[in-house]
Design a protein around this ligand. Structure first.
Ligand SMILES: [Zn+2]
Length: 557
């Protein structure tokens, strides 16, 4: 055709000869994409788009590889994940001497006074498998308080400096539900088990801005490595989580202003902060290009692993309890007033609910709030929506409440969930298929740092439901499996909808942000059980390649 076309602006990036999975019903299949000004300007055929290349265009021949919209992780604890990445790694310490040497090297390269946390040591690798002690590491950590956990999280080791700062000595009384390991004279050796950990926990100071910066930059690289271009940050857990999250937000803003924030972040804050936000006139979707204020988040119950998820019926393996409502939920009227008023201030709401009772009560609160404040596009989200009574599944669709779920938990918890809640309740646990069939909006996330961040692992989990112990080769509760395409949708459009960004993200369509991921194989045509072998070859944000497999990664600092 000789027909003249509207000239495109200078094309920055051209992806050719691939398979572009657009998540856009208007142009479901394409093999090329053109980017200008950080936005997608065209999706179509390679022959046609190749003609747009100019002198400054970076042209990538995909050689048939699959392109998806960048993954959007709807539920992460980003600072906590990053802090783990930048902390000491004791998993490979195969002897007390190696443990001490790893500690010495780490302390020598980190500012004096900074707490050394995490670590994930495992004395079972040592022979004899004796617990480490403060005495083992005191000599190499005179200026660093140490508080490192065992791989299972149930015990921690403090050095003498940490114990001194925490005010723990031989006169410290034991704690119910925990143990202070002591020597023959009754002096604490440094190991604290379960509830006794709080004797030291309280002494950990707020992280410095420098520590937060390091963690966020490491977390950003980690996200890109797995094809994640947007995250929805649920904040920092623990006693000073709310305060810490405000500091994290401050650092996000600083990095954004410097141009060092490349990942897109929607940051949630604890519900009790709503008034401060509301008073400042900050409503939902306050944003820059990279950073936006997400929902205010609250909790209605605990977790399945600690038997604190709140159910109607008792736990099958702990018949004395049905779990517990959260502290916020105990004062249900107070919680409702907070939710209602935050909603009136124009803020989005997210509520953690795991057990079937917690989900039912939260759905009731959502119904009441909509009746009182009137219908609007408010996008209330329930985080986890883990165990649902069959009759509550439909209510997500009716009330337009988003199910923000984490498929990896399904193949992790699926190993033991039936023992805990019985076969019947397990039928509607992680009920992704039922929720989608009912017409509910479903967003996928990882819950990193608790679970791996990899969206491909999440897609695999949702499509196969094969538990990580290999006990369910055809899937645990197989009727709740979904297709790979549905899982990709939940990790792209579904997640974008959950943060109110579906107009700019979630699909590859002209006018949308040029955030995309290139995979080593076509996950739609291989057997889903092979998805964990698939590699992220390239991650693109704003039309810029921010990660390329095999290429030396630029370290931003
Ligand atoms: Zn979480």
């Amino acid at each position: 055709m000789s027909q003249s076309r509207t000239p495109f602006p200078e094309i920055e990036l051209l992806l050719l000869h691939g398979r572009v999975w657009t998540c856009d019903p208007r142009s479901p299949a394409a093999d090329a994409m053109a980017v200008s000004g950080g936005k997608i300007v065209s999706v179509g055929g390679s022959a046609e788009l190749a003609a747009l290349a100019g002198a400054g265009t970076r042209v990538v021949d995909l050689q048939g590889r699959l392109v998806l919209p960048g993954f959007n992780d709807a539920h992460v604890h980003f600072y906590m994940g990053g802090d783990t990445l930048t902390s000491i790694d004791l998993r490979d310490a195969a002897s007390p001497a190696a443990f001490r040497e790893t500690m010495r090297r780490f302390a020598a390269t980190h500012p004096r006074g900074e707490w050394i946390l995490h670590g994930s040591w495992d004395q079972e690798r040592w022979s004899p498998a004796e617990l480490p002690t403060a005495a083992l590491i005191d000599g190499v950590t005179p200026d660093h308080p140490v508080w490192v956990n065992r791989s299972d999280g149930h015990m921690l080791l403090a050095n003498s400096l940490a114990m001194r700062l925490a005010g723990v000595d031989r006169n410290t009384a034991d704690v119910a539900g925990g143990e202070i390991v002591r020597d023959a004279e009754g002096h604490p050796t440094g190991v604290f088990k379960d509830a006794a950990a709080r004797l030291v926990d309280h002494a950990i100071p707020m992280p410095s801005q420098e520590r937060i910066r390091r963690a966020i930059l490491a977390a950003q690289q980690h996200a890109f490595r797995y094809g994640v271009t947007s995250v929805q940050d649920m904040g920092v857990l623990g006693t000073r989580g709310g305060e810490t999250m405000v500091e994290v937000l401050r650092m996000y803003q600083a990095l954004d202003r410097e141009g060092a924030l490349q990942l897109r972040i929607s940051a949630h804050l604890p519900l009790p902060e709503w008034r401060r936000l509301g008073d400042a006139g900050i409503a939902a979707c306050f944003r820059s290009g990279r950073l936006q204020l997400g929902a205010v988040k609250s909790f209605s119950d605990g977790s399945l692993g600690s038997t604190t998820a709140w159910f109607f019926e008792p736990y099958t393996d702990a018949p004395h309890t049905s779990g517990l409502p959260s502290e916020e939920m105990l004062d249900e009227e107070g919680m409702y007033r907070n939710l209602r008023d935050a909603d009136r201030a124009g803020l989005q709401i997210a509520i953690h609910a795991i057990g079937d009772r917690a989900n039912k009560e939260v759905l009731d609160l959502c119904g009441r709030l909509q009746a009182e404040n009137g219908r609007r596009d408010r996008r209330i989200r329930i985080e986890h929506a883990q165990h649902l009574r069959p009759e509550d599944v439909q209510r997500f669709a009716e009330l337009n409440v988003i199910a923000s779920v984490q498929p990896y938990h399904c193949i992790d918890d699926g190993r033991w969930a039936e023992k805990r809640i019985g076969v019947k309740r397990a039928r509607t646990t992680y009920a992704f298929r039922s929720l989608m069939d009912a017409g509910a909006a479903v967003a996928f996330g990882s819950d990193w740092w608790v679970a791996p961040i990899s969206p491909l692992l999440g897609i695999y989990a949702a499509a196969t439901r094969r538990t990580i112990d290999g006990q369910f080769p055809d899937g645990w509760v197989p009727e709740e499996k979904i297709t790979v395409a549905q899982a990709v949708h939940a990790y792209t459009m579904g997640a974008a909808y959950a943060s109110g960004e579906e107009r700019s993200k979630g699909s590859l369509a002209p006018g949308k942000l040029a955030d995309a991921v290139v995979l080593s194989e076509d996950i739609f045509s291989i057997d889903p059980i092979r998805i964990p072998e698939v590699q992220v070859d390239m991650t693109i944000v704003d039309g810029t390649i921010v990660y390329e497999r095999g290429a030396a990664q630029e370290v931003v600092s």
